[in-house]
Every structure is written in C-alpha cells, then in structure tokens.
Design a protein. Structure first.
Length: 222
C-alpha cells in the first residue's frame, strides 16, 4: 500500500508540473476525446433507495468520481463530470451541459431500483431514436461491464430518455439494482465501484480507438 501511495503522489506531482498546453508546446496537434460523465440524481433527488437505505445518487457519484480519477493521465480521453458533489441538476440541463462543452461522448451513470428485490443485473440504455453510434457505444460498455463483473446481462435497451438532448453519442448505464440484497451491497463497496469504473472506461477507450474517424472530424470543426 505504501508504494501505491507513493506512485499516486508522484503522478499528482507530475500533473501539477506539466503545463496545460504541453501538447501544443511539443507540436502535437491531436487532442483528447472529451467525455462528459454524468453521475445521475443528487441533492433533493436521491434516486432509488436500496439495501440498508443507500441512496442511488451516492453510488452514481462515487463511480463517476472514480472514472474521473482513473482517466486523469489517459492520453486518449478527457473526462468532465456534470457534478462532483451531492447536488441537484435537472436531467435536461446535464445533456445541455455536454453540448455546451462540446463533448464527444455522453455517459450517464445510474443505479436501478425495483419493488421486487430479486431483480438484478446491468443494462445500458439509449434513447428510442438514438443513432447507430450511441448503440455501438452502449454495446461496447455493456460488454466490458458484463465480462468484468459477472453480473446478469440485461442487454442494451431503447427508452425515451433525457439524453436525447445530447448532440453526441449518448448512453445511460444502469450499473445494477440497489434494491437487490446481493447487488445492492456490492454496489456500496469500493472494490465493486472501482471495477465498474474501470469497465466503463475500458468500453469508452475501445469505442474511441475503433471509431477514431468520428473524432478526427470533430477536431477539424472545433
Ligand atoms: Zn437514476
């Protein structure tokens, strides 16, 4: 553990010492793909209430923060969070925020709740009329989650969603049921939250790598 802390300290120091525009300084013109991560619910909207009274909003935030931290030194992608604390934001505003920062991808993080405690598993949602790019992003994130967490695969589904307002490929990940005794407890552990964050990031990285043409076009028009 001591060595891990030392490594984290060194990484933070390097980050602090690296000028923000170092890419320009070295003449490299590529940019990182900008991903808005949206921890769902928050503030006066706790979302689903689960096992032990846990609030979905807190689990969403914990996973969102972990995605942000894990991608800090990523050469491919840059993460922007819609919220990094416990606050209420209207759903539509989250999508409009992604538009305003010219995000390339939008990923909203949620937990599921259901009156039947037996319901469990992970699903990734896209808007009813979403295009092929959103579908492919959902599919790759869902695959990474299922392969790495051993959770039940509820698949990729289409629903009428606020993310329709995002002008870029947009998905909503339901990372599990807070109301299921087993999954609801797992979702409250750092280890499981961290695995989810890693899997979502791996899915985003794979999408960015295999669809790099999408982001070259974005570079030209920005
Ligand atoms: Zn939610």
């Amino acid at each position: 553990m001591k060595i891990e802390k030392l490594i984290i300290a060194v990484i933070l120091l390097i980050l602090l010492w690296t000028p923000l525009n170092s890419e320009q300084a070295t003449g490299i013109t590529h940019r990182r793909v900008r991903v808005v991560i949206d921890p769902g619910q928050g503030g006066r909207d706790p979302g689903a209430i689960g096992i032990g009274g846990v609030r979905e909003a807190d689990i969403n935030l914990a996973i969102g923060r972990l995605i942000f931290l894990k991608a800090l030194t990523d050469p491919l992608i840059e993460i922007i969070l819609t919220r990094s604390d416990d606050r209420f934001i209207e759903p539509i505003q989250r999508a409009l925020f992604a538009n305003s920062v010219k995000a390339d991808l939008f990923v909203s993080i949620h937990g599921n709740g259901f009156r039947d405690p037996r319901a469990h598993g992970i699903e990734t949602l896209i808007h009813t009329a979403a295009g092929q790019e959103s579908y492919l992003l959902a599919e790759v994130i869902q695959r990474h989650l299922i392969d790495n967490l051993g959770a039940r695969d509820r698949g990729v589904k289409r629903q009428f969603l606020f993310i329709r307002r995002a002008q870029m490929p947009a998905v909503l990940v339901e990372v599990g049921f807070v109301t299921n005794p087993r999954e609801g407890r797992l979702l409250q552990t750092f280890a499981y939250q961290s695995q989810i964050a890693t899997a979502i990031l791996a899915g985003i990285r794979e999408f960015v790598t295999t669809h790099s043409h999408l982001f070259e076009r974005a570079t030209a028009t920005r």
